[in-house]
Design a protein around this ligand. Structure first.
Ligand code: DHB
Ligand code: FE
Length: 278
């Protein structure tokens, strides 16, 4: 039986790629953000997962507005990064885990999730930069399974639906007949809005309540509709749906670490680590 050994949720921002390439991790602006990852890296070095299921939203690199799947799962032997126009270096390719990918796809389809399956897939900053934050030497020690949730083109899936997707991913992983140790990584959020009248919007109170809820009442945010979440977290803050899906893969969980720092670029940057609990 494969096992989910932990869940990591983190924000993603292209500027992180610039900071890494210019070695700015110890600069006052960046230090409180990068320092947050130390305990998570130590935990990863201790638990040594075999596979990372990475739940993220593509921003136009692999899917564009003309064709936008609500949920998509990668089933490729390898995933490459490419230039998105942010001026950040691309990162080395990521090994896939086709066996786990197809098992996830079949299990999720059996549970009535209508997926797009991708046997070729480019992965953008939302996938690559969290990986580089977790494994800074970029010698990826895990195989990967990308799971994309649309947060770019309306209509978006509800928070409830995303949480249920996470629960179904959790069941799928634990029904896989291998001994793989799986870490689930959810990347997006927290509050931010990049355009429109509220550009620059950040809502610390909401973010902290949301983070707290993931420890004690993980379904809390599922009471809100997508427009209500956009109102509270901003147009791009809706990326917090990735956190909900990732958290949904674990039942009872214990928080091992969290960090929250405002702002990184235009984003309230959050990080959490959970382990399964009895
Ligand atoms: C920023 C945040 C994002 O989530 C993203 O995908 C792109 C940019 C930002 O804050 O700059
Ligand atoms: Fe984003």
């Amino acid at each position: 039986m494969a096992n989910i050994i932990g869940v990591i949720t983190t924000s993603h921002v292209p500027a992180i790629g610039g900071a890494i390439s210019r070695k700015l991790q110890s600069e006052p602006y960046w230090k409180p953000f990068f320092d947050g990852f130390g305990p998570v890296r130590d935990w990863l070095a201790k638990v040594r997962p075999d596979v990372a299921v990475v739940i993220y939203n593509d921003h136009g690199l692999n899917f564009f507005l003309d064709k936008m799947p609500t949920f998509a799962v990668g089933a490729a032997p390898q995933y490459r990064n490419a230039d998105e126009g942010w001026g950040i270096p691309t990162l080395p390719p990521f090994a896939g885990d086709q066996d786990l990918s197809w098992h996830l796809i079949e299990s999720l389809m059996d549970e009535d999730f209508d997926l797009t399956t991708c046997q070729e897939m480019l992965v953008d900053h939302a996938f690559t930069l969290p990986m580089a934050l977790l494994w800074p030497d970029t010698q990826w020690p895990v195989r990967t399974v990308p799971v994309c949730i649309n947060t770019v083109q309306f209509p978006l899936p509800s928070a409830e639906r995303c949480y249920k997707l996470g629960e179904a991913i959790g069941r799928a992983v634990t029904s896989h007949k291998t001994n793989e140790r799986v870490v689930v990584i959810g990347t997006g959020g927290l509050s931010h809005q990049l355009d429109g009248e509220r550009a620059g919007f950040i809502n610390k109170d909401f973010d902290l309540q949301f983070m707290e809820s993931l420890s004690h009442d993980p379904r809390w945010a599922t009471r809100f509709t997508v427009p209500e979440l956009v109102e509270r977290a901003g147009t791009q803050g809706i990326e917090l749906l990735m956190w909900l899906a990732a958290r949904g893969t674990l039942g009872n969980a214990r928080k091992l670490h969290s960090n929250y720092h405002i702002p990184i670029s235009n984003t309230a940057a959050g990080l959490m680590l959970f382990e399964p609990a009895e």
